[in-house]
Design a protein around this ligand. Structure first.
Ligand SMILES: [Zn+2]
Length: 207
């Protein structure tokens, strides 16, 4: 899942109206921010297998440090500590919940590959990615609803906000038809794009 995570960040603004959107986006995308670092370091592994799921060719062989439920709580605590140090007006528990929300939405989307903890762990996933229409409709509906509510309530900076929406929507919706990454490492480098989205979202917020 991609824009569905961002939808959660937009919606969470209601619970922390004085926190800049960049912090909320850092929360919901946190696991995908650390994931490419672990992939590039060779600690986590992903394969590219055409047709692995309908929506994406990625097979997540191992990603317990970025994408296990236990580590999601840990990364949430790390983000909450950084936010507290930076005097961000968001409850620590909200930030932890945003990071953990990533695990829950990935659990709905991914094949059964989401571990509970690092080490031998059962792996779960409901496999929404097996259906292209299902993914586009469910994730797209979350995204559109969240954008509509956010724009009306918070009046973001138009250029930064809408450019972010367009780029993220294009990356997400083209997924099943876009070019397949050449290698695990190339995918890791590409996924670092997530780190640009955080300051971009921060810029879109007037706060
Ligand atoms: Zn993820």
């Amino acid at each position: 899942m991609f824009v569905g995570h961002l939808a959660v960040a937009l919606t969470a603004k209601r619970a922390a109206p004085r926190a800049n959107l960049g912090w909320l986006v850092a929360g919901v995308t946190g696991l995908d921010l650390v994931w490419p670092l672990f992939v590039l370091a060779g600690l986590e592994h992903v394969r590219i297998v055409a047709g692995a799921t309908a929506f994406t060719p990625l097979v997540f062989d191992s990603y317990p440090w970025s994408h296990s439920l236990v580590m999601a709580v840990v990364w949430g605590a790390v983000l909450a500590a950084i936010a507290r140090w930076r005097h961000v007006a968001a409850a620590p528990l909200l930030l932890v919940a945003l990071v953990v929300s990533h695990w829950l939405l990935d659990f709905v989307t991914h094949a059964p590959d989401m571990p509970l903890w690092p080490g031998p762990s059962p792996r779960f996933g409901l496999g929404l990615w097996n259906s292209i229409p299902g993914t586009l409709i469910i994730e797209g509906a979350m995204w559109i609803a969240a954008i509509a509510i956010y724009v009306r309530r918070y009046r973001p900076r138009p250029l930064a906000f809408w450019s972010l929406v367009i780029v993220c929507t294009a990356i997400w919706a083209s997924g099943p038809w876009g070019p397949v990454p050449a290698s695990e490492k190339a995918l890791g480098w590409f996924a670092l794009i997530g780190w640009i989205i955080v300051p971009w979202a921060a810029r879109a917020d007037r706060g």
